[in-house]
Design a protein around this ligand. Structure first.
Ligand code: GTB
Length: 222
């Protein structure tokens, strides 16, 4: 059964790979599972047919036969459970890899999202400039802790796992902020993740949505 995922018809990031379908595409590419994509507009995401798939009217979703999932953590975990390649066989190593999925989503991603929201949604507020250093400090604190744990290792727990896939996906959001570069081992870790052939295929596929629909064309292109 070929799974179907949903993605933005027109991603606000213009194909930079920051929308969360990229991490699902990446997981599918890592395990060699072909997939189809249903593109949805912002309006369609709030309509009943999509709300039946995703109660919060968001992307991505994942459908496979009778199964419909939302939340990237659940989707990536499901893919990793059903296919070899993203979770270790050893029970304890597997549990640790799953722990890193949760750590990425529950402990590292929230301050990063807070920073994105502070910059994108609050910059016109009178208190924004005063608050920003506090939000940035929370991100730096988490990155500092993660950086210490990663040390000189390639991946968080020996072999690459779904935990790394999720952590790299979460950290990618910081690339344009410059904060990631303050932690050279984390910056290298992210680059290592981006260098995986499966990530490159996932990135190219989401970028193609943008360029194939003509959104990426410059004013002077034919
Ligand atoms: N916890 C959910 C998950 O992990 O699946 C969060 C899903 C989510 O936030 N989806 C976003 C969405 O559908 C798209 S990815 N938003 C529309 C809405 O809520 O109405 C978040 C995202 C969007 C855009 C950028 N960007 O342009 O840089 C980056 C990330």
């Amino acid at each position: 059964m070929i799974p179907i995922i949903t993605a933005f018809e027109q991603s606000p990031d213009r194909g930079q790979g920051l929308a969360r379908d990229t991490r699902v595409r990446w997981a599918l590419e890592e395990v060699g599972q072909p997939y189809e994509v249903r593109l949805v507009s912002f309006r369609a995401m709030k309509e009943s047919s999509h709300l039946g798939r995703h109660p919060f009217g968001q992307i991505p979703t994942y459908e496979e036969g009778n199964l419909a999932l939302f939340e990237t953590g659940a989707i990536v975990f499901h893919i990793a459970e059903c296919h070899a390649g993203l979770l270790p066989e050893d029970a304890n190593a597997r549990a640790r890899a799953i722990t890193w999925i949760f750590a990425a989503l529950n402990t590292v991603e929230p301050p990063i999202l807070e920073l994105a929201n502070a910059k994108l949604l609050e910059s016109d507020r009178s208190w924004s400039q005063e608050r920003l250093p506090l939000v940035e400090a929370r991100v730096r604190n988490r990155l500092d802790q993660l950086s210490v744990r990663l040390g000189n290792a390639e991946w968080l727990d020996r072999a690459f796992s779904a935990g790394d896939l999720m952590m790299v996906s979460v950290l990618l959001r910081l690339k344009s902020s410059g904060i990631l570069d303050e932690f050279p081992n984390l910056a290298t870790y992210v680059t290592r993740g981006e260098g995986r052939p499966a990530y490159k295929r996932a990135f190219a596929a989401q970028l193609a949505v943008f360029t194939d629909r003509g959104f990426g064309r410059g004013k002077c292109d034919a």
